[in-house]
Design a protein around this ligand. Structure first.
Ligand SMILES: Cc1cc2nc3c(=O)[nH]c(=O)nc-3n(C[C@H](O)[C@H](O)[C@H](O)COP(=O)(O)OP(=O)(O)OC[C@H]3O[C@@H](n4cnc5c(N)ncnc54)[C@H](O)[C@@H]3O)c2cc1C
Length: 467
């Protein structure tokens, strides 16, 4: 039996920022448990060699030291407006302050200096967006880039070495609570690790585990919406009027037919479409995108996501999203689908020959040409086409017949745990942070959530806390 002051489950941005905070401010005995590999030993067949997703368990894309952030595009959104629900816990002002703090930490570990920020040109884009029934949410963004994201996370790991015990390939199997009191964690091999404080930050990959543990421990869970949609790929020139200024344009639209909220997400100028995985014990291939800071392609990609809030008696939004993603895998021979918008509107599947004739050549080579109307419910497809038509008024060419749609992109925002404003659960001294707790949806807020939990622990043990 081992004893720690603090155990952190999950080595993604939330877990790493919690560890950085604990390591800087005190000499507590801290263990960081990560079920995946060390950052240098993570290799994704699809990302590195362009192959098909095998899939691996755990998935190296979303699992391992650095978390899903290690291979991510590294777009740090510098506003509380997007990326999670933290303002509901901390208030707007405090969230903004902590974003600035986390941003300065990223900078000190080597993130790029340049920030794409709102300027007077943005007002003009906003005006034109409104004329097309779109709402633009201007957000400052620091783009680290996929290759540099890994370097930054590696530098954080090196800083932590010797200050925090880091164990990789080391999954937590269950949270130990006895007589309502937190005792520690049991590993998959049955080892009992005791601690005074526990921060669980298992990310999207560990969200099934988180829900299972929460139900076992009778913790209150709230449903988050599920976002289902496609990744759109167009020539760089089509999106340049907004991406040159904002890097990422966060645009929102309410569909004419169903009044559903649809939004652009994760814009990757001159980037690549990639295969993503839902992770967990039963991984499903989905799509995502990224862009390198140095290596550029001729295409820009972004997601169009339709948000659905399910009501009683249904309470399995993650299961619903996975079901749709699995349909695309079944039709795509195990992988994801790609279709030209023109083919979709003509009611026919895309084929390799039709794709080759297109102006936009897919950056994701392993996607199977197919028919997304066999996968996505009418409501989602209709809303996506309506938003593409609206976008075409702002950015002519978006709704071209050559535009590529990849499917499906699904964002499972884990069920949200009932948490206090310090992110403590209903069990005293058990904290939850990041995407796996359902409170965040991106690198920046995930990082901030780790800081929040760590600072509360530091306050309770009477350690010095950074202002
Ligand atoms: C391809 C891609 C691109 C992205 N691009 C961006 C972007 O540009 N900007 C942005 O803001 N966000 C982006 N994201 C999202 C971002 O990466 C996540 O929001 C962020 O990493 C969440 O941080 P986290 O620490 O909560 O979880 P994660 O980063 O998912 O880390 C959780 C870690 O916990 C580990 N774990 C799970 N269960 C256990 C267990 N039982 N025991 C031990 N360890 C466990 C997992 O292996 C994982 O390493 C991207 C994601 C992907 C996949």
């Amino acid at each position: 039996m081992s004893q720690y002051d603090v155990i952190i489950v999950g080595g993604g941005p939330a877990g790493i920022f919690a560890a950085l905070e604990l390591a800087k401010a005190s000499n507590l005995h801290v263990l960081l448990m990560e079920k995946g590999r060390d950052i240098d030993r993570r290799s994704c067949l699809v990302m590195d060699k362009g192959g098909r997703c095998p899939p691996c368990n755990p998935c190296h894309l979303v699992s391992g030291l650095g978390g899903a952030g290690a291979f991510s595009d590294g777009k740090l959104t510098l506003s509380p407006q997007v990326g999670g629900y933290l303002p509901e816990y901390l208030g707007w002002q405090k969230t903004q302050e902590l974003i600035e703090y986390a941003d300065s930490t990223y900078l000190s570990f080597g993130a790029t200096n340049h920030v794409f920020s709102a300027s007077s040109e943005v007002e003009e884009i906003q005006r034109r967006a409104n004329l097309a029934e779109l709402r633009l949410i201007p957000v400052d963004i620091r783009h680290v880039g996929t290759e540099r994201s890994r370097q930054v996370l590696r530098a954080m790991r090196d800083f932590l070495k010797g200050k925090v015990e880091i164990r990789v390939d080391f999954p937590a199997a269950s949270i130990i609570v006895e007589d309502g009191q937190l005792k520690g964690v049991e590993t998959r091999s049955g080892e009992r690790l005791e601690c005074r404080y526990l921060i669980v930050a298992p990310g999207r990959d560990g969200s099934d585990w988180m829900v299972k543990e929460a139900r076992r421990l009778k913790l209150t869970l709230h449903n988050n919406p599920v976002d289902v949609g496609v990744r759109v790929e167009v020539p760089v020139a089509v999106m340049a009027p907004v991406t040159d200024i904002l890097y990422e344009a966060k645009l929102e639209y309410f569909s004419k037919t169903f009044d559903d909220r649809i939004r652009t997400f994760c814009m990757c100028p001159a980037g690549e479409v990639i295969v993503d995985s839902t992770g967990g014990d039963d991984p499903i291939s989905t799509v995502n995108g990224h862009s390198y800071a140095e290596h550029k392609t001729n295409n820009t990609n972004f997601a169009l996501l339709v948000s659905t809030n399910f009501t009683e008696p249904f309470n399995d939004p993650i299961g619903y999203g996975k079901y749709i993603a699995r349909l695309a895998n079944i039709l795509g021979g195990g992988g994801v689908l790609v279709q030209r918008l023109g083919d979709l509107l003509e009611g026919r599947r895309s084929t390799l020959t039709r794709l080759e004739r297109g102006i936009v050549q897919p950056t994701l080579k392993c996607a199977t040409p197919g028919d997304l109307s066999c996968v996505l419910p009418y409501r989602f497809l209709k809303g996506i086409v309506e938003m593409l038509e609206a976008l075409d008024k702002l950015l002519p060419g978006v709704a071209s017949r050559h535009t590529l749609l990849y499917g499906v992109e699904v964002k499972f925002y884990s069920s949200r745990l009932e948490l206090s404003q310090n992110l403590e659960s209903e069990i005293p001294n058990l904290f939850a942070a990041g995407d796996g707790a359902g409170v965040t949806r991106g690198l920046m807020q995930a990082s901030v959530s780790g800081v929040v939990a760590a600072r509360e622990i530091l306050r309770r043990v009477g350690a010095d806390v950074a202002p």
